[in-house]
Design a protein around this ligand. Structure first.
Ligand code: FAD
Length: 405
């Protein structure tokens, strides 16, 4: 238990951490990797280079500090982080080296304004937070181990099939090498891949949403190839998966995890996706079709055009077969063929007026996934339409902590 004085100090200084979150994050990772270089294997080095993880970490610490006397208020952040830690297999002892680096980073960045009293209060608060997270993660690990076919750490899977879904997206059908059962998962969850690529000094960990309904004898992930652009090199792991990994090859995977899951039953549901954000929505879509045949499902997908639109035919087939399913397509850059064959419902982006015109009302659950600008646009449109926060659920494919800040 923290005493009132410590709580007051932590809460009153939390906004300073928020103000300096990028600098503290940068200093923290410099200290952390110099003290524990093996952690390079656990953190996404591209996100590090792009400065995405630095701000996210200190922002998370700020949120936890600001709510140190009522962690329930940041339950969704805590759940997202603990699920990530489960996916990455974070160990209790790693909290110590992280805590030391964090406090030293705060001290270094805030300099004289970080008095001994302030640092001491944050040390106590960090310990409480670390114990809270460690306890939650212990339960999550136990849950995974107790599931039929469950496992902790890496497990070898064989790529049984590689299927091209569009010019950019390829699906990988994965079966365990040991031939034993694989655990079920909740639609919307992801696998974590540890890629050890020839010539790379460290492992690369990446999450990939499961893109089919659970309870099959395989897992399916669908990966977008991140090609090089003028201002950025090609994505490391997606290029490796597309170009180097072939059917019959082995991959090291960690068990399904993630908090982006459907939490209601019966209520009309809208699954909105942009680009490769279609993957968790496809898992939800296929699961709902199997388990809730009477639930009203609207599937909306936004993309550039049909060349890069994955799994289009499958959604159309499902719509034709199931009267409870309606689907819409928005193309921002339709090809001439798309136009000639009327392969889309709207040219341009998904906008509120259009959503209002195709959905009878806003009394629905909205789940959405896609690039950050898509998520931000959907969230603010739905907010403007009066859809409450608890009915707007999204998944981010990057480490930033919130789409709002
Ligand atoms: P990275 O090497 O990580 O590069 C990422 C991007 O940054 C690339 O576009 C690259 O061009 C750019 N970049 C690299 N270096 C720089 C630099 N110095 N400056 C600026 N830009 C740079 N992806 C899927 O395809 N399908 C999924 O189902 C999926 N599900 C996900 C689920 C979750 C929960 C999360 C968090 C992510 C998911 N992702 C998914 C994203 C996936 O984990 C990877 O981030 C993605 O495949 C890119 O990894 P990479 O190694 O190929 O690219």
């Amino acid at each position: 238990m923290l005493d009132k004085k410590v709580i007051d100090i932590v809460k009153s200084t939390a906004p300073i951490l928020k103000e300096h979150n990028q600098e503290i994050g940068e200093r923290f990772y410099t200290l952390l990797f110099s003290r524990a270089p093996e952690l390079y294997n656990m953190f996404n080095q591209t996100n590090q280079k792009r400065g995405l993880q630095q701000g996210a970490l200190a922002y998370g610490v700020y949120l936890a500090g600001a709510n140190i006397d009522n962690l329930q208020a940041v339950e969704s952040m805590v759940e997202r982080v603990t699920e990530k830690h489960r996916a990455l297999h974070v160990q209790p002892e790693q909290y110590e080296v992280v805590g030391e680096a964090l406090l030293d980073a705060v001290q270094d960045v805030l300099d004289d304004s970080a008095t001994d009293e302030i640092i001491d209060a944050w040390r106590k608060a960090y310990q409480v937070l670390a114990n809270y997270f460690i306890d939650m993660e212990k339960k999550l690990f136990q849950e995974v181990e107790e599931q039929p076919g469950g496992w902790v750490g890496n497990r070898t899977f064989i790529v049984e099939r590689k299927v091209k879904e569009s010019d950019l997206v390829t699906s990988f059908y994965l079966k365990p090498e040991d031939g034993h059962a694989i655990p079920t998962y909740r639609a919307g969850q992801y696998l974590t891949l540890q890629a050890d690529i020839d010539g790379e000094k460290y492992s690369h960990m990446r999450h990939y949403s499961l893109s089919d309904a659970p309870n099959k004898n395989y897992y399916r992930i669908s990966v977008k190839r991140e090609d090089a652009r003028r201002d950025a090199p090609a994505g490391i792991v997606s290029t490796y998966l597309h170009h180097d990994v072939q059917e019959g090859d082995k991959l090291q995977l960690r068990a399904p995890a993630g908090d982006f899951t459907i939490r209601t039953k019966d209520k009309p549901i809208v699954l909105l996706s942009g680009g490769v954000g279609i993957t968790p929505m496809m898992s939800m879509f296929n699961t709902l079709i199997e388990t809730e045949p009477n639930r009203e499902i609207t599937f909306i997908h936004a993309n550039a055009n049909s060349k890069v639109h994955a799994m289009r035919e499958h959604v159309e087939n499902m719509e034709n077969k199931h009267p409870n399913v309606t689907s819409y397509i928005c193309y921002s850059h339709p090809t001439d063929e798309d136009k000639a064959e009327k392969r889309f419902d709207k040219e341009g982006f998904v906008e509120l007026d259009w959503l209002k015109s195709v959905l009878s009302d806003n009394q629905k659950d909205f789940y959405f996934c896609g690039p950050l600008p898509f998520l931000q646009a959907m969230d603010s449109a739905l907010k403007e339409w009066g859809v409450p926060e608890e009915n707007r659920t999204y998944e981010l494919f990057s480490p930033i902590s919130t789409i709002g800040e």
